[in-house]
Design a protein around this ligand. Structure first.
Ligand SMILES: [Fe+2]
Length: 387
């Protein structure tokens, strides 16, 4: 198989690294920037110090603070119009995945005509993108490291992707543990479980690429080691930084291997029941590991198990590898306080609606083996037994 690695986004990391944003923006040639954020980060007091820092570096600032979760197309259009009217030459995104995605889409409209909904994948944008700096405030989606963004098509309510290695690529990620410290334990855990699924799914993807194995294993090991510390103490900055790094390299995995069956299932369970993304994609992982992943690629299931502390004798059957690895992941879930599927008591009728859409999910083309509806039903039935 021929494969190609994806370039890693440069990362400026460390305590107070957000106070270097002005210098870095200047280095990237920015003189007037659009700062994109949402109300949450503004209220958390994260935005103002960045703006002050940019102004101290004599960079003019225009603000767009209207981003909402799962940003709709019209919001991107509004941001794009502002960027063009103000003739900005750079974009700074401060926030979680929705903000980072919104800024990528705004970048499309600085060189391509509005509205954004004519540029959903597989459309290819033209022209030259503006340089962009990401300042993530959650460590999960990996949007700062991926070359895609998800925007909601307001006409249908369906989330759609834009995908481009130039317009969606951040020139720099500023990863400052202070930016993550205000995130409570539960959402921090959900975000880290998104990292886990991006990483583990990539090992069971139809696409295969040697660098990605390294990133996936590193990201899983870091989440296993550092997430319990973040949950115990949100101000454990070393642990926050390590989880943030794992999120960014797992974001890079989305460029080469993409996510897999956890996301085919989680996208649709999450959409129907309005669950946080990290929780929705985490729910199927243990059952997928036991029933499918370990059978598709037992050696990689073993590698995952080892990341969770399993010691294999080398004589295990494929089924035993799946059980041992799946049980170790499930113990980690319990230790981190993640809900089990049965605890959520989801309505069966609505669950059927979610299952109907799993085989057509946007992630389906990159899964190692195409799973049928009945395969997904078997995973759901197994998920119900986990307690
Ligand atoms: Fe995800």
């Amino acid at each position: 198989m021929i494969s190609q690695s994806a370039p890693i986004v440069p990362v400026l990391s460390g305590m107070n690294s957000h106070l270097r944003v002005g210098i870095k923006a200047k280095e990237l040639g920015m003189t007037k920037v659009l700062v994109v954020y949402d109300a949450g980060v503004l209220n958390a007091g994260i935005v103002d110090p960045v703006i002050e820092n940019l102004k101290a570096s004599r960079i003019d600032v225009v603000t767009f603070g209207k981003v909402t979760p799962d940003p709709p197309d019209y919001q991107v259009d509004e941001g794009g119009k502002l960027a063009n009217d103000e003739k900005v030459d750079g974009l700074i995104a401060i926030g979680g995945g929705s903000v980072l995605d919104c800024a990528k889409a705004i970048n499309y409209l600085t060189a391509n005509p509005s509205p954004i909904n004519q540029w959903f994948f597989p459309a290819i944008p033209q022209g030259k993108p503006l340089p962009m700096i990401a300042i993530p405030t959650t460590a999960g989606t990996g949007s700062e490291g991926s070359f895609a963004a998800v925007i909601t098509d307001s006409a249908t309510g369906i989330k759609k992707a834009i995908l481009d290695g130039n317009f969606c690529r951040y020139s720099l990620t500023v990863s400052d543990p202070l930016m993550y410290a205000g995130l409570p334990a539960k959402p921090s855990a959900y975000c880290a479980f998104d990292v886990l699924t991006h990483s583990i799914d990539s090992l069971f993807s139809a696409y295969d690429e040697p660098y990605s194995h390294m990133f996936a294993e590193t990201a899983v090991r870091k989440v296993v080691k550092y997430l319990p510390r973040v949950i115990a103490n949100g101000n454990d900055y070393e642990a926050r930084q390590e989880i943030a790094f794992s999120a960014t390299i797992a974001g890079n995995l989305l460029n080469t291997n993409m996510a897999g069956n956890t996301h085919c299932m989680g996208h649709n369970i999450g959409a129907v029941f309005h669950l946080p993304h990290g929780l929705a994609v985490a729910l199927p992982l243990v059952s997928l590991m036991k029933l499918f992943y370990s059978k598709w690629r037992p050696e990689r299931a073993k590698l995952v198990g080892e990341c969770f502390g399993v010691h294999f004798s080398g004589t295990e059957t494929v089924e035993e590898i799946g059980e041992l690895t799946g049980n170790a992941i499930f113990k980690f879930y319990k230790d981190c306080g993640i809900e089990t599927f049965s605890e959520l008591e989801l309505n069966e009728e609505d669950l059927e609606k979610a299952i109907d859409k799993m085989t057509d999910d946007i992630q389906t083309p990159t899964t190692y083996i195409l799973m049928s509806r009945s395969d997904y039903v078997s995973v759901i039935e197994h998920m119900k037994t986990l307690r």
